[in-house]
Design a protein around this ligand. Structure first.
Ligand SMILES: Cc1ncc(COP(=O)(O)O)c(C=O)c1O
Length: 396
């Protein structure tokens, strides 16, 4: 057989999806699984977004502009304006999910062997996008004790080399739920200015900020306009993960012109999904108010339930819909597999994401799991009870 690429062999498996075969086997045995492992919200997609596609009078399902429909980008710019972010349609390239925006960003700013610095734990697919781009991730550990606040700037500086191109942050964070403060963004701004680096901010969870806290966009750090790249997506905002629409936003014209060449190479983002995404922008604030209050309720239920289990600690999330929990186990990979292979209570079990896959430093996060609170409150309560029962039986 012809040889496959080293890059392909180096591509990490998704820590979120690698347990799927064990889950399928459990389901085949008739076990019901509460899926706390993936960020697929159960919230309904706004009806008017789906109706826009149903009602679209289309004779030819054509490509769109490579940057996305102008009408959509203009409406997006207006949406950002309402969020207090001044942006024009020309600062936006619509992508096939936030995922493609991340790939475009890395392709545009890095060469083979370059490095990016990311506070860990981080969204595991950053590893995959970095590997695909031939880029090395240099992690800076953020601590469980601080709730995963920004690590000291001196720790970032220790990782900076002539090959460093960018710092990547996720705000609010997946998997941490941490929401960066304005002061933390100011510190990062100073750092990227001093070392002339890009700052990529993944803000796909922007609306999901709790406890009256305000989300601060990197695009409002106006003194670093030439450094900032923002990644966005409709997936979580409108519960439209299957639309596969995101965008890349930057005021750096040279960056955008180069990113456009990547966008042109893949021709265009999906046409029907752009129609849905454009309509989704008409979603009233009341939708978000309801969704946020639902997530806050779920978060509080989950955190209180987990903290009541002996030996379990939780870093309370301030945003997004994930939390990192420390469990009284040596290896959460083994525990997560055991939950699916060997545990059941009344024919039910839970699926969690082992957190080691969200770190790139070997040995970090071994006793942690990421839990997504994307299930209804009753299911979360049952899932926590199952976890408690499982932990009382599990032997390392
Ligand atoms: C932090 C973060 N960034 C980006 C993405 C990619 O989302 P999508 O490609 O669906 O827009 C996700 C999806 O879960 C995510 O959690």
């Amino acid at each position: 057989m012809p040889q496959l690429s080293q890059k392909g062999q180096d591509m990490p498996q998704s820590p979120i999806r690698k347990l799927v075969p064990y889950a399928e086997a459990a389901e085949a045995r008739g076990i019901q699984i509460h899926q706390l492992n993936i960020g697929q919200p159960d919230i309904k997609t706004p009806k008017h977004a789906l109706d826009a596609v149903k009602n679209a009078d289309i004779e030819v399902l054509s490509y769109s502009h490579s940057a996305g429909f102008l009408s959509y980008r203009e409406k997006l710019a207006a949406y950002y304006g309402k969020q207090g972010i001044e942006i024009t349609a020309n600062d936006i390239i619509v992508s096939t999910g936030g995922s493609e925006a991340l790939l475009f960003a890395m392709g545009t700013i890095t060469d083979l062997g370059d490095e990016i610095i990311i506070p860990e734990p981080f969204y595991a697919n950053y590893n995959g996008f970095a590997t695909a781009s031939g880029v090395t991730v240099k992690p800076v550990i953020s601590s469980f004790e601080s709730g995963f606040a920004l690590p000291p700037i001196s720790e970032f500086e220790k990782q900076i080399t002539p090959k460093t191109k960018a710092i990547v942050i996720c705000n609010p964070g997946n998997p941490t739920g941490y929401l960066y403060s304005k002061e933390e963004l100011d510190q990062l701004s100073e750092l990227v200015k001093k070392h002339d680096l890009f700052l990529i901010a993944d803000e796909v969870y922007r609306e999901f900020a709790y406890d009256g806290l305000q989300h601060n966009s990197v695009l409002n750090q106006r003194e670093i306009d030439q450094h900032t790249i923002m990644i966005d997506s409709v997936s979580k905002r409108f519960s439209m993960c299957g639309a596969r629409i995101g965008c890349l936003v930057s005021r750096n014209k040279a960056f955008m012109a180069t990113a456009m060449k990547f966008a042109q190479a893949r021709l265009s983002p999906p046409t029907l999904a752009q129609i849905a995404s454009e309509a989704a922008l008409d979603t009233p604030q009341s939708y978000f108010d309801e969704v946020i209050s639902e997530y806050v309720d779920r978060r509080d239920t989950l955190v209180a339930g987990l903290e009541a289990i002996p030996g379990v600690r939780v870093a309370k999330p301030k945003g997004a819909f994930y939390c990192i929990a420390e469990l009284p186990v040596k290896n959460s990979d083994d525990f997560a597999q055991w939950l699916l292979e060997s545990f059941e209570h009344n024919k039910k079990t839970v699926m969690v994401a082992p957190a080691a896959g969200f770190y790139s430093t070997p040995g970090e996060g071994l006793n942690q799991v990421r839990i997504a609170y994307v299930l209804k409150k009753e299911d979360l309560i049952e899932a926590v009870a199952l976890l408690k029962e499982a932990l009382s039986l599990y032997k390392d």
